[in-house]
Design a protein around this ligand. Structure first.
Ligand code: PEP
Length: 263
């Protein structure tokens, strides 16, 4: 399959993002950050890809401090749908940006399934993140039941359309997309390269119908049980521009190997 990108626009470097989810203690996070700092300073971590890690929000200042002066950037796992105000327990996109955070994962399937982040909420969060100058990593993906009923394309189209309707195509070019089939997240079952590529190409074609330029430039990450042993074959696919890595990003050596598998 030929990527719909414009040959005129050089493709960006691959992007590998670690989603640490609600894991870690001050001690284990400190050890993980030190190992990543070492790999980053030696140049091996970011030799083939741009790299970001997304710790639980309470560890973000620590991550920013330890990884300052390296090429590794920091992301958050969520942000509020509102700018500020009486939203107890929430962290705004503006607060994250003020601390030096670059990315924010939005629409992760765990947020969609467990915390009511439906399409309209995700879209509002993307708007807030863009307004604050963050780069949203917008996650889309189907459940196993949806895949088995042949609804995969309908689901990811609906999820992406909600964001486009809220922010528009131009703003979408300031986002990263992540295709994360729900059945592959944390299950050890990875989409085959063909399954992943098929959906990535679909998303790019969908965007190309509105803007070939945005479709060609936007980074679409794959996420779902990526490990060092399967990363290279996934990253070799034409429309896969990197990965969103959950469990495997908690192991510095495994994460390093995944980052080094980028094409
Ligand atoms: C994720 O949480 O975004 C993810 C892809 O998790 P895992 O790699 O553990 O499947």
């Amino acid at each position: 399959m030929v990527r719909v990108s414009q040959q005129k626009h050089p493709e960006p470097r691959p992007l590998v993002v670690g989603n640490w989810k609600m894991n870690g203690t001050p001690v284990t996070v400190s050890a993980l950050l030190s190992a990543l700092q070492r790999h980053a300073l030696s140049g091996e971590l970011t030799a083939r890809a741009d790299v970001a890690v997304c710790p639980a929000s309470i560890f973000i200042p620590q991550a920013l401090t330890v990884l300052a002066g390296t090429a590794v950037t920091i992301g958050a796992q969520n942000a509020a749908a509102h700018e500020s105000g009486a939203y107890t327990g929430e962290v705004s996109a503006g607060m994250l940006a003020a601390f030096g955070v670059r990315y924010v994962i939005l629409g992760h399937s765990e947020r969609r399934a467990l915390f009511g982040d439906q399409d309209d909420v995700v879209a509002k969060k993307v708007r807030q993140a863009l307004n604050a100058g963050l780069v949203p990593i917008v996650c889309v993906g189907e459940t196993l039941a949806e895949r088995e009923s042949g609804a995969t394309f309908d689901v990811v189209r609906r999820q992406l359309k909600a964001v486009i309707e809220e922010v528009g195509m131009d703003a979408l070019s300031r986002c990263v997309l992540a295709y994360e089939p729900v059945w592959a997240i944390g299950t050890g079952v990875t989409a085959t390269p063909a399954q992943a590529q098929e959906v990535h190409a679909f998303l790019r074609q969908m965007l190309a119908a509105s803007s070939r330029e945005v479709a060609g430039q936007i980074q679409i990450l794959y996420g779902g049980s990526v490990k060092a042993s399967n990363a290279a074959e996934l990253f070799a696919c034409e429309d896969i521009d990197g990965g969103l890595i959950g469990g495997a990003s908690l192991d510095s050596e495994e994460f390093l190997a995944i980052c080094q598998a980028a094409k």
